[in-house]
Design a protein around this ligand. Structure first.
Ligand SMILES: C[S@@+](CC[C@H](N)C(=O)[O-])C[C@H]1O[C@@H](n2cnc3c(N)ncnc32)[C@H](O)[C@@H]1O
Length: 313
């Protein structure tokens, strides 16, 4: 009996010390129990940090191709990112465009600190700032402003765009990259993700904070010329039409590396969604579905994303 207890203790201790070493960047290398335990024990700061880094890697190349093909981006010398998070994405852009200067503002002091420690350098600067508060220091500071995966989180995204109008010269551009779940297409649905996204949208509606369709609404407002934004901006590019149909698949994920990154990303995403919005997520079922997606060599996904470019009037 004592030997059995000893063995059990040893196994529990071994699994616990193993989970402590499991990298959140490579969860699916481990079995289900270890992976789910690691996610459960991770702090929010850890999860956000690895999630944002992974998201930058997963999305960057196709988005870079898209952004680099836009004349207005190529001509801009100064780029301002509003809500730059931990700086991972802006830094990747700076690696590609050596002749431009990049400035990120972000509300969370911890993220600004991480961005400065990791990525600040000549031409790449991060500072605290709030998208919803007009900042006179930013007036006419950039020919292009980037909002990436951020308008959807704001209480008042239209105010953020009104503020941004002041930060641009005339004919300056706003590059918006944001979620639009309805535009997602996939050969292999993961129901746990789709269900969680619906619950998030419902929670956002109930609390009046955030909107994962905001960019589509902005497009509709601008195209109908009936909003406070109509006098400020015109639409020069949208990969979706005003009803949300995909006209241009900017972000298609396929192949082994994309499947691996997307699968890891989804595990982190569901854990964060569960903690942030207190929505119900069955992580065991989610893990099984994500593992099946990973094992399906033919799986592809066009992420539900909206790419929108506005020009200042
Ligand atoms: C999903 S992250 C995106 C970060 C970055 N743009 C990227 O693409 O990796 C959203 C960020 O917006 C920040 N944020 C939320 N509300 C904000 C506000 N009012 N002003 C500035 N940043 C804000 C959050 O702290 C978070 O870092």
């Amino acid at each position: 009996m004592n030997r059995l207890m000893g063995l059990l203790c040893f196994l529990t201790l071994s699994i616990s010390s193993l989970t402590a070493e499991v990298s959140l960047k490579d969860l699916l290398k481990y079995d289900k129990e270890i992976c789910l335990e690691r996610l459960e024990k991770a702090t929010n700061e850890e999860l956000w940090d690895v999630f944002l880094e992974g998201q930058a890697e997963l999305f960057f190349e196709p988005e870079f191709q898209w952004i680099a093909s836009q004349d207005s981006w190529r001509e801009a010398k100064n780029i301002l990112e509003i809500e730059s998070g931990n700086g991972a994405y802006l830094s990747k852009l700076a690696d590609k465009f050596h002749e431009k200067s990049f400035y990120g503002i972000e509300k969370l002091p911890l993220s600004v600190k991480q961005a400065n420690e990791r990525y600040a350098r000549d031409r790449v600067v991060f500072q605290e700032g709030d998208a919803e508060i007009l900042n006179e220091q930013l007036f006419h500071s950039a020919e292009s402003v980037l909002f990436r995966l951020t308008l959807q989180h704001l209480k008042n995204p239209l105010l953020a765009l009104q503020n941004t109008w002041h930060y641009l010269p005339s004919n300056g551009h706003v590059f918006i990259i944001d979620s639009c779940d309805g535009a997602k297409k996939t050969s292999h649905p993961i129901t746990a993700i789709d269900e969680a996204l619906e619950l998030v949208a419902e929670s956002q509606r109930n609390h009046g904070v955030g909107n994962r369709k905001i960019t589509l609404e902005i497009l509709q407002m601008l195209e109908s010329h009936q909003s406070q934004l109509s006098g400020l901006y015109e639409v020069v590019y949208s990969n979706l039409d005003a009803t949300g149909n995909v006209l241009d698949e900017v972000l298609r994920l396929e192949g082994e590396q994309a499947r691996k990154r997307y699968s890891n990303h989804n595990l982190l995403f569901l854990t964060l969604v569960h903690r942030t919005y207190q929505v119900k997520v069955d992580m065991s079922k989610a893990y099984d579905e994500i593992r099946e997606y990973l094992d399906d060599e033919n799986a592809w996904t066009v992420l539900g994303m909206h790419y929108l470019i506005l020009k200042k009037k």
